[in-house]
Design a protein around this ligand. Sequence first.
Ligand SMILES: [Zn+2]
Length: 502
Amino acid sequence: MTLRLAVGGFQHETHSFAPRPTIFADFERPAGFPPLSRGVALIPALSGSQTALAGAMPVLEEAGATLLPLSWCLGMPAGPIEDSAFERIAAMLAADLSDALREGKVDGLYLDLHGAALTDSIPDAEGELLLRLRRILGPEVPIVISLDPHANLTAAMVEYSDGIVPYLTYPHVDKRETGATAARLLLDRIAGGKPYAKAFAQLDYWMTLSSQCTMVEPMKGVMAKRAELEKGIAALGFCFGFPYADFADCGVAFAAYAETREAAEAAAAQFLTFLNGLEERFKPDALPVAEAVALALESSRGANGPVIIADTQDNPGGGGHEDTTGLLAELVAQGASGAVLCLINDAESAAACHAAGEGATLALSLGGKSDGMPFEGEARVLRLGNGSFPLTGPMGAGNHANLGPCALVEFAPGVKVMVASRKTQAYDQAILRHLGVEPKDCPIVGLKSSVHFRADYEPIAARIIVAAAPGPVIADPSTLPFRHVRPGIRMRAGDFGGRAVG
Ligand SMILES: [Zn+2]
């Protein structure tokens, strides 16, 4: 008999201390991702996109299943989701699932979740969503979810689902593969006829974002160990955590699934011991911005390729507004002629550049809308663009950028800045190429990104420097005013000094 499988998704990575709250409209048309899609419109909107759901659907269809599309939406990382926005999204998913049940049985549910969402009053939004959908489906119907590994995995998320499958890469270049893996786990779970035994564990220390990159050590070795341990069991879902969410379950966690409790617990215990042995390797490592720019200037002399400066603390993928100007000010102050910054999100300045026209010079008060520190100066407009172009890098290909009116401007002494009307993480070379800049020909490229840029930029980079310019995505999260994290958690990995948490 044909399986009837419901599919949907909800994605948000919430930064408790980010300057802007997340509202319903943020989910309707996110830049660079499919729009909020519901029912039959979901399948064409998501097919072929850089999402896990796009990878799951063909696997389920090839298995002969009938897809029951619910709702899918994604909001760019920012501050806590307004309760009303979450309630509307949860209500859509619940209503769609309820409708699917009116038409016939539902044999399973696959959800494309992020795993680090919190709302004004719900600290574990995915746990809450899963509980509600679990109540609708009842205890027997398998639910498998894919996650972004920046999920702050909770016991509730593990309890109310039958399996979790996070991406294995950061930069996330395996979203579709992860969706396919989750789909196969759901099919296996249905075929097996009974739930897997589960073992859930949380680490006592946090991993900074820049130390989570899976292309380099220590994470490369961690992912190899995870794969080795998974060989003997059904699944080992590992989440690195998003250390900017102020709630008790913020941090690193994983769940092992096996036929027997003993096998799940043995794999979890081995992985926990392995990770605990690596704690010292996950310490914060960003340089103060002045040092980072000086080092970039020195390194770029005679270099074969650009020196990349990651402006990690304004990473829009971590909840930054992408308009802080600390790195720009430092590039100008140190005379970094030829350097280019990608990008400053400032619709007002982009409009002013379009009004002035290519070749014009105008006074700009650029960026700084989120923190009150704009960069003031005379800018020459080098190039204008409409912000609409296909992404081409390993993370973006398949998605279309929609940044609104854009401009490339230059401040003396020759520091170029891309100005856009909407924010997007600077992880794709197509963003600069849209305005005629070839990244590999620039001596220094500043990027508003923490790690994702590495997928497209590492092949051309002579050197990568992580800079800590003022911004909300603090490279050392232990300096933020957390109030709700677990007692005893080490927010600075390796810091056994007993920092008080209250
Ligand atoms: Zn992520």
